[in-house]
Write a protein that binds this ligand. Sequence first.
Ligand code: WTA
Length: 633
Amino acid sequence: MEQSFNPSKNMYFPSKEIIKKANVNDYESLYAKSVKDREGFWAAEARKLDWYKKWEKLLDDSQKPFYRWFTGGKFNIIHNALDRHQKNATRNKLAIIWEGEPGDVRTFSYHALNREVTRFSNVLKAMGARKGEVVTIYMPQIPELVVAMLACAKIGAPHSVVYGGFSVEALAERIEDARSRILLTADGGFRRGKPTQLKKIANEAMQRSATIEVCITVKRTGEECYMENDRDFWYHDLMGMPIANSGCCTEQTDAEDPLFILYTSGTTGKPKGLVHTHAGYAVYTSTTYNYVFDIKPEDRWWCAADPGWITGHSYIVYTPLINGATVMMYEGAPNHPYPNRWWQIIEKYGINILYTSPTAIRGLMRFGASWADRHNLSSLRLLGSVGEPINPEAWKWYYEVIGKSRCPIMDTWWQTETGGFMITPLPIMPLKPGSAAKPFFGNEVAIVDEQGVEVKQGEEGNLIIKNPWPGMARTILGDPHRFVEKYWEKYSKQGWYLAGDSARIDEDGYYWIIGRIDDVIKVSGYRLGSAEIESALVSHPAVSEAAAIGLPDELRGNIIHATVILRQNITASPALAEELKMHVEKEIGPIARPAFVEFAESLPKTRSGKIMRRVLKARALGQETGDLSTLEE
Ligand code: WTA
């Protein structure tokens, strides 16, 4: 049955079927309860998971903003994602259905996945992995990536997954920051019909950062690659050895032991390694998943992100497994070999819920509805969106062409730092295209001005969160000061979390996210920092200074515009601009490649020497440059 639409409010109402299936039937009353007794709410959710030992203190706020949750508890996320399912019917259920870009298919039952993870845990231990030491993972989207993450968690070694689309410098920097001794990678993966060169990039990165002692490589493409004696091992060789056989037990980690580090871009050049922990993260993300996506045992879930980003960590790997869902994974590009690849996958596997990004929707929308119309998409029940504001036009296309006006779209606002959804609709809520709807349970959110005063309804301001929540990042690896400075200093008097986004609230209490207030640029939903791109440019011998800004783009949300000052005696040319674009691609990755490189004599700067990116942006867009009183040059 179709949902109904109220044109005066531009609101879409859920059908009876959706409401009947919903795991939450009344948002307002449960929300009121959850913020009135936040600890009670989270305690009840935490009790739904398995603990080796129950927590002593639910929330320890004695060292704000370094909150600690479930302290005194013994908890391992793997015990919940795999071990406990081995005792019931879930062990025979499909945990993962994976399809490679060339069309190869592999499936894992919960039993089989547990076996792989246990074997690889044994291998990791035999190769010297230790509890508390960061293991870096740099892989394409293949099942071994999931196995590697889960095996690290099982033995209590935090993983640091570096997105497979990143390149040499990005990888080297992250390895070094985490002082990783073990790197898990693959020879490559398939993207648009071509093998990628992951091992080659890994080899270069290992030359730049000397900490890696052991590198384990999965054979995926079969392309030849250089393996160094005593350092490099093949995954399949190690998994075939007797060391893989011993029965590894899941480490009884403390609730607050680190589960993973995930690097994300900030305002300075160095990426921030956000730390997430076993218990709080598991409780928070599994609750959001269960309530927002109404997960049922019969569902087939597809989060079409990459496990290398927080969306993949939370909603491909950990949470669906905790909830015993069946997870779809697809290795390659949405339009390979044709733009119907995703719709074909939904039909072939009977996917019930699709969760993806506005940029992917816009990309597929470009090819027209006929590609989707050729497929039977009637298995879909719910849709989701994440990564950037979804433009109403893309929302409507997704809703009508893919969801056939039957499937509510969960536009979830959250961040690497938050672990899971923070502002989101529920399936029972009326929807407004482009709005992420309302705060999730337990969260008090507001839009405030620079002084912390709530702005008027409809006005733009800073998005803040007033309370701690179990899924929040605990700190930045090795840099607690930066954690305080970046997120908690601005509203330290009130003790609020600064999200770094601007937003507004409408007359119905719906949140509308506008975008970043800092120098973070979202390109195709991927998070990049101006400073990262600038450092990459300056590492080229021809460049003395650079400034990178994001400019709006219909397809990718933003594209990168770089202004470059050359060293003396170097002449600007279109060929050099091209070379600089390639250089950024080689250092950080294809997503960071500037769309424009412009040469200039100087950069607009404040008297304290900060680049005024706002001025560059206004100029590039042909707008007024605004107040220039602080401008030096
Ligand atoms: C943006 C991704 C609007 C936002 C999970 C945030 C969104 C940043 C939405 C975090 C959404 C994420 N609507 N904007 N539904 N979801 N964002 O860390 O600017 O890669 O601060 O986490 O993405 O990006 P990150």
